[in-house]
Design a protein around this ligand. Structure first.
Ligand code: MRU
Length: 372
């Protein structure tokens, strides 16, 4: 059905961080990168939950897609077990599973979006009550929805890279934060897709990569992806970005997003807001790249976005190398919110949105509805 290949020779395809093989859901275990490329089997529902909670898979779009495929497998099991006795218990069990999945990580909204797409599609079909409602057809539908979400996501990534072409000059020196590449979003990725497109266009971009404390997604994952793609990249510690900006060594900044409110405020990996403030002081364009499934129009502004706090051991005892006294008090929010006034443009599948974001976001969604 789906496959991934880390050593994909064609850079225009990009890698997939998960695959369905013989009804098993296999994901690249991002905890081991860059040291080793290992699979994690997330077929069993409890393993699926763990894979998201423990960041075996991470990055807003990838989390959503893996959840959708894992839930489709669960639909198949639940439908066989409960549907012969009628829809009520089947739907109840499905909702319990979906809620548990949505609780695994609270900030990245693609998770809620993709899980709801599977649940709503299956529920509508089952409630239609026709002759065709049986375990086989219900399972087939759940897999079709997961497949559609995946191809739409890959398509969005390509479109974003295309729309952003004019934003990246020849030889641009670009700073990025966290990982918003193939591992986080499949195929081209989001922010890294823009950079990959510039490389494919022969612009020879030079990328500064924030290490992205405390989980080091930049150092471990973004450096892995960019080096694999042969793109010029240099790792920096997070606290070096200001100095590089003052020295005139950064032309633009591109990050991904985990959730975007209706007014354009962006929740992204902790540290993003600081970069946007620095960019504003130094007059450097600050762009965010994210598909429409990362927007949450039910929230007026960024203050309403739930921010995940993670285990403080990520700070005190990272990868079992004690970095602070073992009983240290620590504070570990995983995301921050960048106010839309600091964002030069939001690159989405419908184009590059500009302020006033309230207006441009509404227009992008109207356009998307027209496409459907
Ligand atoms: O906590 P993570 O690693 O799942 O963080 C999410 C991210 O990768 C970033 O915030 C990213 O910029 C958005 S997802 C493409």
């Amino acid at each position: 059905m789906l496959s991934y290949k880390v050593d994909c020779a064609d850079p225009s395809i990009g890698l997939m961080p998960f695959a369905i093989v013989d009804r098993r859901l296999l994901v690249i275990d991002q905890r081991h990168l860059p040291a080793a490329v290992l699979d994690f089997d997330a077929t069993i529902f409890d393993d699926l939950l763990l894979s998201i909670e423990d960041m075996v898979v991470r990055g807003a779009p990838t989390i959503g897609l893996v959840a959708a495929w894992g839930l489709a497998l669960e639909v198949e099991r639940l439908a066989k077990a409960y549907l012969p006795d009628g829809p009520a218990l089947f739907l109840e069990m499905l909702h319990v599973r979906a809620d548990r999945l949505k609780d695994t990580r609270p900030t990245a909204v693609n998770l809620m979006h993709d899980v709801d797409m599977v649940v709503n599609g299956v529920r509508d079909f089952v409630e239609s009550g026709g002759d065709r409602v049986d375990a086989d057809n219900v399972s087939r539908l759940a897999f079709e929805i997961a497949e559609d979400l995946t191809s739409a996501n890959l398509d969005s990534n390509k479109r974003m890279a295309e729309h952003a072409r004019d934003l990246v000059p020849d030889g641009a020196r670009i700073l990025t934060h966290c990982n918003a590449g193939a591992l986080a979003a499949g195929g081209f990725g989001t922010a890294l897709g823009v950079i990959k497109q510039a490389a494919l266009d022969g612009k020879r971009p030079q990328v500064w990569v924030d290490e992205t404390r405390p989980r080091n997604q930049g150092a471990r994952l973004t450096m892995f992806e960019l080096m694999r793609d042969g793109i010029d990249c240099t790792l920096i510690a997070d606290n070096m970005a200001a100095c590089l900006m003052a020295q005139g060594q950064i032309d633009l900044i591109i990050t991904g997003a985990d959730r975007i409110a209706a007014n354009g405020d962006v929740a992204n990996k902790i540290g993003t807001y600081g970069l946007a403030c620095l960019a504003s002081v130094h007059g450097i364009p600050f762009y965010v790249a994210a598909p429409l499934s990362t927007f949450d129009l039910s929230l007026d502004d960024g203050a309403m976005i739930p921010i995940e706090h993670r285990n403080i051991q990520e700070l005190i005892d990272p990868e079992d190398a004690m970095a602070a006294p073992s009983h240290a008090r620590a504070y570990n929010p995983a995301f921050d919110v960048t106010p839309s006034r600091l964002i030069s443009g939001i690159i989405c599948d419908k184009g590059v949105l500009r302020p006033d974001y309230q207006v441009s976001i509404t227009q992008a969604f109207k356009l998307a509805k027209g496409d459907a």
